[in-house]
Write a protein that binds this ligand. Structure first.
Ligand code: NAD
Length: 510
């Protein structure tokens, strides 16, 4: 039986809980009371705040101020810029419990995931502080005597950040921590579904900037609003880089508009992530990994596991255990201890899930779970769907906890099936066979930006570059050399001699 937890009697009323949390986080009431845009908590679906949309003029002014801030910030030495990010990390550490709580209240994540998201912000701040002393270029051998050729990395300009509801604060920090140490101001348009957490992050930034002392005005701005605010950012020529996270449909609109003005696009779009369970897999480990990757965050991660290929020799053994896990996972109020799956973000998400399950049924699927549960808020039991083949519903990203399971006989065919999805974000193989593991991560293996062995496709660390190929958009954020996107590269050649040799032996003697 599915276990469903209702809010305990001790839970404070939602609106009061949100108000008290915002107050502790230092967000002025004027920013979230009496505005024209309702903010609903997915926990009950009720309105918990009313925020103010930024009008065209406000957006225009914020971008203008960010551009001015850029002129000052680019001249501040990078390690000193890192000092601001270090202070931001300190503010986030101090606010972790409350900000994590607000993520739970506004996005519906269970407590440990709300806190984990804030921890991710802290981690990327630490990373960026170190990075602020490592923004290095190369020195390159030149063909000309008494010359030196090198590359230098300079701040790029204002970075526009557009984010999705499901990581309401972490995605901003992946971008902002790097952009700030790279010398770029940040203008942020959060999801219209999660503006409160954005206001709280901006309050933390402002405290950090105050303690820092001489950060220019407008270095970080939050612009609340819908798609129109996002479009204004995308079209503004003063913003040379836009990092946009969200659906592939959004990326399809944003990418050509940025291309029209030759701006950089860092796109982090939809995923339809798969895993392969090979005959040698450690099934205890695999079960836990699959359960978290498919059901965690109520299936609302870009890296959520949505397609599972299980070798036919272990299919019944493994899938029967998976069915039991699905039948017993605790779903309910994300504030409650022990709950692992909270609500979907809204009714539209529940409707999209029901529609996908109906299509899966029509395509020959056998569904376990996937039912609407009682209670205010869009609570559903996660669905495990055994499919006869990878039909069209399986190849579509439905942003809900649906895991399609299919048997396979041959690893090459399974890898081909995995790569057949239009998206290319994350992937995994579970195997103890070294040849299979290496094959999966080789050039002719997984075609995704992330390919894991013996862990699920979700839950990336910030140290690696994060992002995916194909319809996921190709962007890379967070670790490795993702910082280069936020800077412009200059190749400098210096002639310290008295002659002027031309490259390629060209002669031009006057
Ligand atoms: P969404 O596409 O509906 O909205 C994302 C953001 O884009 C919002 O802030 C929205 O206002 C803005 N937006 C929408 N259309 C726009 C336009 N034409 N111009 C400018 N801005 C526009 O996405 P969502 O429902 O909030 O999030 C879920 C989706 O995001 C899923 O597809 C998920 O896979 C994806 N996602 C991807 C990543 C990743 O890193 N690859 C991370 C999180 C979420």
């Amino acid at each position: 039986m599915m276990s469903f937890s209702k809010p305990g009697p001790a839970a404070p009323a939602l609106a009061e809980d949100v108000a008290a949390t915002l107050e502790r986080l230092g967000v002025r009431a004027a920013l979230w009371r009496d505005g024209g845009r309702e903010v609903r908590s997915p926990i009950t679906g009720e309105v918990v705040a009313r925020v103010h949309d930024a009008g065209r003029e406000t957006v225009d002014q914020a971008i203008g101020q960010a551009e001015q801030a850029f002129r000052a910030w680019r001249r501040v030495p990078a390690p000193r810029r890192g000092e601001l990010v270090r202070r931001l990390g300190e503010e986030l550490r101090a606010a972790k419990a409350d900000l994590g709580r607000l993520v739970t209240l506004e996005a519906g994540k269970v407590t440990s995931e709300g806190l984990g998201e804030v921890q991710e912000m802290i981690d990327i701040c630490d990373y960026a502080v170190g990075l602020s002393r490592q923004l290095f270029g190369l020195t390159i051998a030149t063909e000309r005597a008494e010359h030196r050729m090198m590359e230098t990395w300079h701040p790029l300009g204002v970075t526009g950040v557009i984010t999705a509801f499901n990581f309401p604060v972490a995605v901003w920090s992946w971008n902002a921590a790097l952009a700030l140490v790279c010398g770029d101001p940040v203008v942020w348009k959060p999801s219209e579904k999660t503006p409160l957490t954005a206001l709280a992050v901006q309050a933390a930034f402002e405290r950090a900037a105050k303690r820092f002392g001489d950060a220019p005005e407008g270095l970080s701005a939050v612009l609340i609003g819908g798609r129109d605010v996002g479009e204004q950012i995308v079209d503004d020529r003063r913003i040379p880089l836009v990092s946009a996270t969200g659906s592939t449909a959004m990326g399809r609109q944003v990418a050509p508009r940025l291309a029209t003005r030759f701006a950089r696009a860092l796109l982090e779009l939809g995923g339809n992530n798969a895993a392969i369970v090979a005959p040698s897999a450690d099934l205890d480990l695999t079960l836990r990994a699959v359960a978290f990757a498919a059901m965690g965050t109520a299936g609302q991660r870009c890296t959520t596991l949505r397609r599972l290929f299980v070798h036919e020799s272990i299919y019944e053994t493994f899938v029967s255990r998976l069915r039991s896990a699905y039948a017993s996972v605790p779903v309910g109020d994300p504030r409650d201890e022990g709950v692992l799956v909270g609500p979907l973000i809204d009714e539209a998400a529940a409707a999209a899930m029901a529609e996908a399950l109906a299509q899966a049924d029509a395509e020959g699927g056998q569904t376990h779970g996937g039912v609407r549960l009682s209670g205010a808020g869009a609570y559903v039991s996660p669905a495990l769907v055994e499919m006869p083949a990878q039909s069209s519903v399986v190849l579509r990203e439905t942003f809900a906890p649906i895991l399609y399971v299919m048997p396979y006989a041959d690893l090459d065919a399974a890898i081909d099936l995995q790569n057949a999805a239009p998206q290319g974000l994350s992937s995994a193989i579970f195997t103890l066979d070294m040849r299979e593991a290496e094959r999966f991560v080789a050039a002719d293996g997984s075609d995704c930006g992330i390919a894991n062995v013996n862990l699920g496709p979700s839950g990336a660390e910030i140290g690696g570059a994060f992002g995916g190929e194909k319809e996921t958009g190709g962007g890379r954020e967070a670790g490795s050399d993702a910082w280069k996107t936020y800077m412009r590269r200059a190749t400098n050649t210096v002639n310290y001699g008295r002659t002027l040799p031309l490259a390629q032996g060209v002669r031009f003697d006057l």
